[in-house]
Design a protein around this ligand. Structure first.
Ligand SMILES: *Cc1c(COP(=O)(O)O)cnc(C)c1O
Length: 400
């Protein structure tokens, strides 16, 4: 007992007692009995893939985000591919995007045999910098793929203005931003095409799954064909044996089972967002006075959705490396993570495009200081308290 009390200030990485006994992940899904019931009912129904749940989920989703149309896909990555396709990206075209994102954002451009052109990010939000965007637009540019990093919407007024003056399509990778607001409008119709993911760490989970929203009826139709082999009508609309394949598509359909889960999860999205906002406020209140940390910025015109809570270490105030702090927090059983290794520094991108580091200094510098604290709606106040205690413990141990 006495040793426990003495060991409390000793870092777990140095043999002390960890702040918590079990690992708190950085993100995870919440599934309740209603969700389970919805899936079980579908398993007992006539439809496992494309059935009534698909249209119901799409309509409810479109309505909630404030878009005319929503088209479901088998993953967020498949949805990005669909958006890149309907935006018209083809061989020789360029799409401008952020390097500080998950690889799927840039990969969807390569799927279309077009070229991703990275543009550095703003130092505060870590979102695509509209000023740097303008000077990177060449006459090969066809689309801008903006990411809402951590759930903070990118600067869409500036981005859409630049895009419209140059005739470009704006695709929003809103995989972090379901429920985020920008100038009083919910993410979902700020860009020409908006992409969401339903991976378990995201706000709403269908296991794997994704969605594209748009206000354009023609694009919605093309997205439906693209996810179904390029066939012009869905199986259930067919009469007799006739169907027409009118373009080369894929099987990117989301199952009726997954859509049943999606419909049920969507009914809880508001409470989920409220909880994430509460957790972000608790982190900010507890950590904002610490000179060792830079907390995520929130611009005055947005209400973020808080997919992540990425802090940046002020390494000038901490005689330690990011690696040491990361390992020390993990040893305390806080499942911190890093979002993201800039895409252009991945071996594949280095090899194919010759990046060597140094091309995008703001993103690269941010990456070297970033640590994502746990953030998911199922976190209890005790979990939040454990994260705060561990951050304080680790920072004070290294500051001495
Ligand atoms: C999760 C995510 C994706 C991909 O979504 P999947 O559903 O896992 O395919 C794409 N972009 C970003 C920014 C993401 O966070």
């Amino acid at each position: 007992m006495a040793t426990t009390a003495i060991n409390r200030g000793v870092l777990a990485i140095d043999g002390g007692v960890p702040v918590r006994r079990t690992l708190l992940p950085y993100g995870r899904q919440s599934i309740d009995e209603d969700d389970i019931q919805a899936v079980v009912e579908t398993l007992r129904s006539d439809w496992l893939t494309t059935g009534p749940n698909v249209a119901e989920f799409e309509e409810a989703f479109a309505e909630w985000v404030g878009a005319r149309y929503a088209v479901s896909f088998s993953s967020g990555t498949a949805a990005l591919h669909g958006a890149a396709f309907v935006a018209g990206l083809r061989v020789g075209d360029e799409a401008l995007t952020s390097p500080l994102t998950f690889v799927a954002t840039a990969n969807c451009v390569l799927y279309q045999r077009a070229t991703p052109v990275f543009v550095d990010v703003c130092a505060d939000t870590l979102n695509l910098d509209p000023e740097q965007l303008e000077c990177r637009i060449s006459n090969k540019a066809r689309a801008i793929l903006a990411v809402d990093y951590a759930g903070h919407p990118a600067d869409f007024e500036a981005i859409v203005r630049i895009a419209e003056s140059r005739g470009l399509v704006v695709i929003e990778d809103a995989c972090h931003a379901l429920g985020a607001e920008y100038r009083g409008r919910r993410v979902g119709s700020l860009a020409h095409l908006t992409v969401f993911s339903f991976h378990p760490v995201k706000h709403l989970s269908t296991g794997e799954g994704g969605m594209v929203t748009t206000d354009d009826a023609g694009w919605a139709q093309m997205l439906r064909q693209f996810r179904n082999h390029g066939i012009s009508s869905e199986a259930r609309e067919r009469r007799g044996w006739q169907y027409e394949m009118v373009m080369l598509g894929f099987n990117y359909r989301l199952t009726d089972i997954a859509c049943a889960l999606g419909i049920s999860q969507l009914t809880k999205i508001e409470a989920n967002l409220a909880r994430r906002r509460e957790i972000a406020a608790q982190y900010a209140a507890a950590l904002q006075g610490m000179p060792e940390l830079l907390l995520p910025c929130v611009r005055a015109d947005v209400d973020p959705a808080w997919h992540l809570y990425p802090i940046r270490l002020n390494l000038g105030r901490l005689p330690a490396t990011r690696e040491q702090i990361f390992r020390a927090l993990r040893a305390e059983n806080i499942g911190v993570n890093v979002h993201y290794i800039p895409v252009h520094l991945q071996p594949y991108y280095r090899g194919r495009f010759g990046y060597r580091g140094g091309e995008y200094p703001v993103a690269e510098n941010a990456y070297e200081h970033l640590i994502s604290l746990p953030m998911f709606h199922g976190m209890t106040d005790e979990d939040v308290g454990d994260v705060i205690s561990a951050v304080e413990k680790v920072c004070s141990a290294y500051s001495q």
